[in-house]
Design a protein around this ligand. Structure first.
Ligand SMILES: [Zn+2]
Ligand SMILES: [Zn+2]
Length: 562
């Protein structure tokens, strides 16, 4: 009798594709795509964190090429609520119009952004930490991790044949103030994984990150010794730190006031989600004047030197409700985001001029705890996960390199440096780069709506000019700008007038120059650099400085009131 011979052929699996569009070789603007057998999902959709300042242009990832290459994602997964992970979504989502999965806090932050941009919010799908979502060939599980905002999750991404862990931002904190320490068992259960796509922010830092409990202790020690008003500046998203400050205020007999719109928004969402149940009642800003100095604790945003923040106004002695005195203290409980060092220094110098004591990471390193893993923590996670391959993301080239060296020493394969725009293919044995897409900077003015996006100015459109004319007035130490800023450009450049004005004012005030020529020489280079960071193509700059005679007072007034 005829019997067909059983044919046993090894099943061929397609490779798992990975396509970073932001965050690879830079800190900020995280967006990664995963593709399997023609289906795509996106992880995170952030904006450039250096530009996360009021009214500054924002940079969002370039997704132009995806439609032409059939790589449009059918679902988006957000790891946590930081701007560098979700800040660009309201701009990019209308192109994809697909479900967005995130934990409740991130969903509420997104909901506010979507409403602000006039978008419908029914695509926003809250997922509890620990839960899974299946879409196409992908099974995605939200694994809770400790970080500097509650409900942060790593994502385990499982397809037929492949297991990937996308870490998101994380640290090992045995004593977080909100949530539980990370569960080792949950990560050990995934081992061995084929690939870890991993946070490199502190891959060049030896040792272990500080616990949030320790930072709270350091804050309390400093505040208990303060005699006058205390102002603490931290990131609005650091709800654990804000919670700690509520407790410290109660124990030190102080009342809490919150300053800053993002602080108000974050605290009201955190209250709604039950993270600040025991937070003391807040004092309205306009009532601060009725309290004795030693009864005041102000929590404020503005730690990055943002020019129009309440903190900046206080430093200039121009805040309507808070007039700081020499016995008062200002505490910076946040790190300086690279690029913001100069405005932060200017801010601190302002407080010192008022005679106010400034406490920061230099005077007391324990005042801030990083939310990212140092080298001991990275090694620990990789011992649990037993990854075959690792891709260092969320870091600049030097962080990626330090991470690569660490992982290689643990016997993990790491590809050569990967940049945004690369398409990598993972199979059973290797992770190799296949194509490199060329990405272009996408800048948007923060007040624009998604529909009116400016297309980036092409590098081929040369000979753009930007003319700026300033009225300047000599002062005892140099110059100050008065009146309206006049600027004109042949093409409409995506430039925020208020941001430019603020920057020019601060810059001119900081320059000590006797002559107009010296002022011009010291202003021109920084102005060109400032524009270069914010515009897709640097225009030809015409800078005209017009001195105003300080003597006839009516003339000055006429100009400044125009
Ligand atoms: Zn991040
Ligand atoms: Zn983060």
């Amino acid at each position: 009798m005829f019997r067909p011979r059983a044919q046993i052929r090894p099943r061929i699996y397609p490779p798992l594709l990975f396509h970073p569009l932001g965050g690879c070789g830079e800190i900020g603007m995280n967006l990664s795509l995963y593709g399997y057998d023609g289906d795509w999902i996106a992880v995170d959709c952030g904006m450039m964190i250096r530009q996360d300042l009021p009214d500054q242009p924002l940079q969002i990832p370039d997704v132009e090429h995806l439609a032409a290459h059939a790589m449009v994602p059918s679902a988006i997964f957000i790891t946590h609520g930081h701007e560098d992970h979700l800040g660009a979504l309201a701009w990019i989502w209308p192109r994809w119009n697909c479900p967005v999965y995130a934990t409740p806090l991130a969903i509420e932050l997104l909901r506010a952004k979507f409403i602000e941009q006039g978008l419908k919010t029914d695509a926003l799908k809250p997922v509890q930490p620990g839960a899974s979502v299946t879409t196409g060939p992908f099974n995605v599980t939200f694994l809770p991790v400790t970080h500097s905002i509650p409900e942060s999750c790593a994502l385990s991404i499982i397809t037929p044949r492949y297991r990937v862990l996308h870490t998101g931002d994380w640290k090992l904190d045995e004593r977080p103030l909100i949530g539980r320490p990370l569960s080792a068992a949950q990560f050990q259960a995934l081992a061995p994984v084929d690939l870890v796509v991993a946070d490199s922010t502190n891959a060049d830092v030896e040792g272990h990150s500080r616990s949030e409990t320790e930072a709270a202790g350091a804050l309390e020690a400093v505040i208990q010794n303060c005699r006058g008003r205390v102002v603490v500046s931290c990131f609005a998203s650091n709800i654990a730190r804000i919670k700690a400050l509520g407790g410290i205020a109660e124990r030190s007999g102080r009342r809490v006031a919150l300053l800053g719109r993002s602080m108000e928004r974050m605290v009201s969402i955190a209250l709604q989600l039950g993270y600040l149940d025991d937070f003391p009642p807040r004092v309205p800003t306009h009532d601060l004047g009725y309290l004795h100095a030693e009864e005041v604790l102000i929590i404020a945003t503005g730690s990055q030197g943002e020019p129009r923040s309440a903190l900046s106004r206080m430093a200039q002695g121009r805040h309507p409700a808070v007039d700081l005195q020499p016995e008062d203290d200002v505490i910076f409980s946040a790190r300086a985001i690279p690029g913001n060092e100069r405005p932060i220094e200017r801010l601190k110098a302002g407080f010192k001029r008022l005679g106010v004591s400034v406490h920061d990471e230099n005077t007391d390193p324990a005042l801030h705890a990083s939310g990212h893993p140092a080298r001991e923590e990275l090694r620990q996670l990789y011992r649990w996960l037993q990854p075959k391959m690792l891709l260092p993301v969320h870091g600049e080239a030097s962080h990626q390199e330090a991470h690569r060296e660490l992982a290689s020493n643990l016997g993990i394969q790491v590809p050569q440096r990967v940049k945004n725009g690369a398409v990598l293919a993972l199979d059973a044995e290797t992770l190799v780069s296949t194509i490199q897409h060329h990405l272009r900077p996408q800048l948007i003015a923060s007040r624009m709506r998604p529909g009116e996006r400016t297309s980036p100015v092409s590098a081929r459109q040369h000979a753009l000019t930007l003319s700026i004319a300033l009225n300047v007035l000599p002062t005892a130490t140099g110059w100050t700008r008065i009146g309206r800023l006049l600027w004109d450009s042949e093409t409409s450049l995506p430039l925020d007038e208020e941001a430019l004005t603020d920057w020019l004012d601060a810059r001119i005030d900081a320059i000590t120059a006797e002559t107009l020529l010296q002022l011009r020489q010291q202003l021109f280079g920084p102005l060109r650099d400032w524009l270069q960071q914010r515009l897709p193509v640097l225009p030809e700059i015409h800078l005209q400085l017009m001195p105003v005679d300080p003597q006839p007072e009516y003339e000055v007034r006429t100009i400044s009131s125009r």
